[in-house]
Ligand binder design. Structure first.
Ligand code: FAD
Length: 283
C-alpha cells in the first residue's frame, strides 16, 4: 500500500528497517530474522542503500530476491549524491519493474572520495522533485528531531525539510532519538512551519555500547545521561546492554503510543531479537 494512504489509519503503523547483507551467509540469516519480524505483521520493511553514499550494486540484487521471498512490501532507500541523472533513471526503471510503490528519498552522506559526488542532485528535495515528474511512487524523506549534523540550527533544518515536503514528499521518517520530548517539540515546530505530513518515529534498540557510540558519532543524537552511565558501567556485559536496550525502548515506545504517533519504524540492524521483545511488551 502507498504510504500516503497507509498513514491515514488511526492505528500506529509498525515498520522495520533492514540493510543489505554483504554475503550469502548473512543473507540467509537475514531471511530467518525477517521470518520472525514478519510475525508482527509490519506494514513494510525499508531497505537501506549503502552507507556513506557508496554505491551498492549488491543491494539491487538483494531487493530483487527479497521482493520474491518476503510477503510484506519493501520501501527501498534511494540516495542521490553519488548518482548521475542517467543512473537515477535506470534505478527508477528497476524499481518500477519490481512493482515498488514507496521509496525513502535521501541525499545520502558524502562519500569519502569526493570525486564520487555527482552534483546533479545536491539535496534530497531535488531528488523528490525529479521522482515526482518520473514516477508515481509515494515518497518519504528523512527528518532530524535534533537537527541534521551539517545544519546550523533546527530552524534552518526545518526550512530545508519543508522544501522536500513542498516538492511532494508524503511522510517524514526520523533519525533515531532517545528523548521523546525532543520528538514532541519537533512535531510542534513542524506544525508551526506548516508541515502536515505524517512523522514516523525512528526507534533504535541499543544492542551494544560500540553500536551506540558509532551512531552518536555520525549524527546529532542525545543519549540521556542515566542511560549513558549504565551503558558505560556495563559495556562489557552484552546481555545486560541488550536487556537495558529492550527496557529503555519499551518505555519510550509506550509513551509514544500513548501520544498516538503515526508510526514506529524500528532500526533492526538485521536482528529480530530486541525489536520483537519490545513489540511483545507494547502490543
Ligand atoms: P538533505 O535533505 O539534502 O539534507 C542534508 C543537509 O542539507 C541538511 O543539513 C539540510 O538542512 C541541508 N539542506 C537540505 N536541502 C537543502 C537545500 N535545498 N539547500 C541548502 N541546504 C539544504 N544514508 C544512506 O547513505 N543510506 C541510507 O539508506 C540511509 N537511510 C536513512 C534513513 C533515515 C530514516 C535517516 C534519518 C537517514 C538515513 N540516511 C541514509 C542518512 C542520510 O543519508 C544522511 O543523514 C545525509 O547526510 C542527509 O540526507 P538527507 O536526505 O536528509 O539530505
Amino acid at each position: 500500500m502507498k504510504i500516503r494512504k497507509l498513514y491515514k489509519s488511526e492505528k500506529t503503523v509498525i515498520s522495520f528497517e533492514i540493510f543489505p547483507p554483504d554475503c550469502e551467509e548473512k543473507f540467509s540469516r537475514l531471511n530467518n530474522e525477517i521470518t520472525v519480524l514478519s510475525s508482527y505483521t509490519p506494514a513494510f520493511f525499508s531497505l537501506t542503500c549503502g552507507a556513506s553514499g557508496k554505491k551498492n550494486s549488491y543491494s539491487k540484487n538483494i531487493l530483487e530476491r527479497l521482493n520474491t521471498h518476503v510477503k510484506t512490501d519493501i520501501m527501498p532507500h534511494f540516495t542521490c549524491i553519488s548518482c548521475s541523472k542517467s543512473e537515477i533513471d535506470s534505478r527508477i526503471e528497476f524499481l518500477k519493474s519490481q512493482k515498488i510503490e514507496n521509496i525513502l528519498a535521501l541525499r545520502g552522506d558524502f562519500p569519502e572520495n569526493t570525486n564520487e559526488i555527482c552534483k546533479e542532485f545536491c539535496h534530497a528535495n531535488e531528488l523528490v522533485e525529479y521522482l515526482k515528474t518520473k514516477t508515481d511512487f509515494s515518497i518519504a524523506v528523512a527528518g532530524y528531531p535534533e537537527g541534521h549534523i551539517e545544519s546550523p540550527s533546527i530552524k534552518k533544518d526545518i526550512e530545508n525539510l519543508k522544501k522536500k515536503i513542498d516538492a511532494g514528499a508524503d511522510a517524514i521518517f526520523t533519525q533515531m532519538f532517545f528523548i521523546n520530548n525532543k520528538f514532541f517539540s519537533y512535531l510542534e515546530n513542524l506544525e508551526n512551519a506548516g508541515i502536515n505530513v505524517p512523522v514516523i518515529a525512528g526507534i533504535m534498540p541499543v544492542i551494544s555500547a560500540k553500536q551506540l557510540d558509532k551512531m552518536t558519532q555520525l549524527a546529532r543524537i542525545t543519549v540521556p545521561s542515566a542511560l549513558k552511565d549504565k551503558i558505560q558501567t556495563h559495556a562489557a556485559d552484552k546481555n545486560y546492554i541488550k536487556n537495558l536496550g529492550i527496557e529503555f525502548s519499551t518505555a519510550q515506545c509506550k509513551e509514544l503510543l500513548e501520544n498516538k504517533i503515526k508510526g514506529l519504524h524500528f532500526f533492526t540492524l538485521n536482528r529480530a531479537y530486541s525489536t520483537s521483545k519490545i513489540l511483545d511488551n507494547i502490543l
